[in-house]
Write a protein that binds this ligand. Sequence first.
Ligand SMILES: Cc1ncc(COP(=O)(O)O)c(C=O)c1O
Length: 387
Amino acid sequence: MSDISNYFDYAATTPVHPHVAEAMIPYFSESFGNPSSAHQWGQQAFAAVEEARESLSKHFHTGPENICFTGSSTESNNSILNHFVMSYWNENKKPGHLIISPLEHNAVGQTAKHLQDSGFCVVDYLPVNHHGIVNPNDLAGMIQKDTVLVSIIYGNNEIGSINPISDLGMICRSKNIPFHSDATQYAAHHMMDLQNLPVDFVSIAAHKCYGPKGIGALISSSKNKILPLIYGGRQENTQRAGTHNVPYIVGMARAYAILKSEYQDRSTTEKYFRDRIIHQILTTIPDSIVTGHPENRLSNHTSFAFRYIDGLSLLALMDQSGFAVSIGSACRSTLIKGQQQLRDIGLSDEWINGGIRITVGAFTTDRAVDELIITLARHVSFLRKYH
Ligand SMILES: Cc1ncc(COP(=O)(O)O)c(C=O)c1O
C-alpha cells in the first residue's frame, strides 16, 4: 500500500481513529449482549448504546430522545424524505410538494426522484449560483401550502460549498415547514448546535469523521416520531427496526467526542492545507479553476476543474503515482456524479470532464502536498499533449 500521507480522499471516507477502534473493541466479544435483552449482558450493551446516544446528543445540543441510529447517512436521508412525503400521502391521498437543491447527494436526490416517480410527491429544485449555493430569497417564493419538507445539503460533498442553512431554516420556521439538512460532510468537520440553528433534522455518518463505516444517525432538534423505513422490531422507538450495532454506535459517539476535543487544531490544520493546495494549484497549473466557493467551503475540501483534461485518466495516473484523489462517485451510466454537479453550476464541457476533488485530513503533510502538486502538474501537462 502507498504512503497514507498520499491519501487525499477524506471526503470519501476516513481511517478509524485509534481511540475509536479501542472504544469499540469490548463490544464485539466481551460486552456482546443484545441491547433488547433483559438480562445483564443485554443491559450492559443497552447502557453502552444509551451512553453513546447521550454523548452524541450533547455534541449536537439536542435531547438523547432525538437521536435515531441508522445504518448510514444514506438511510437517514431516505428515512426523513420518506417520512414527510408518505405521511402527507397517507393523510391526503395526493402528492405533497418537496423542495431540494439540484446539488444534493444522491441519497437525497435519487430518493426524491423515486418518490416523485412513484407518484407520492412533486419535487422542486431550488436554483444554485455558479458556486453551487442556493439563495434563501428563492426559497420563500417556492414554498407552497402543500410543501411537506425542504431538504438542502449543508456542505457539498463534490464542490465543498456551504449553503446558508441558518437563513434557509429561518424561512422554513416562519412558514412552519419542516427543514432537513444533509450534514454528512459538514458535521464531520464543523461544530453544530441544533439549539441555535433553525434546522429540524440533520443526517450524519461516522465514517466521514474517523469513525466506522455502516453507521449513521438522523438527529432532530425536538421530539418527533418518524415513519420507519425498516419494520420488524421496536428499536429506536419503533422508528428503525433491527438489532443495534453496539460497537459501531459506540464508535460513532467516540468519533464525534474526539472531533469536539480536537476541533480547533483540526480545523486550523485542514484550512491551512486547503488554502495552500488551492493557491498552489491555481498558480502552477495553467487553465485551472476552483469549483465551488473559494472560501465559504468545507474546511478540508478543495476541488478544481482542469480545462481539456479527462478526469478519469488524471485519476488513474495519480493512482499509479500513489495518490488518492477523486472525481466523484460513479453513479450514472454516462456521467460521473461530480461532473453532473459541474454542469449544474454552469461549466462547459471543456471544463467539466476535468473535475477533481482533493480533500485533506489527519495524515496530510506539507511534503505530501508538495509532491501531490508536482505530480498533478506533470500529469495534467502530459494529458494535454494528447488533447
Ligand atoms: C453529503 C453526503 N450525504 C450522504 C452520504 C452518504 O453517507 P453514507 O456513506 O453514510 O451512506 C455522503 C457520503 O459520501 C455524503 O457525502
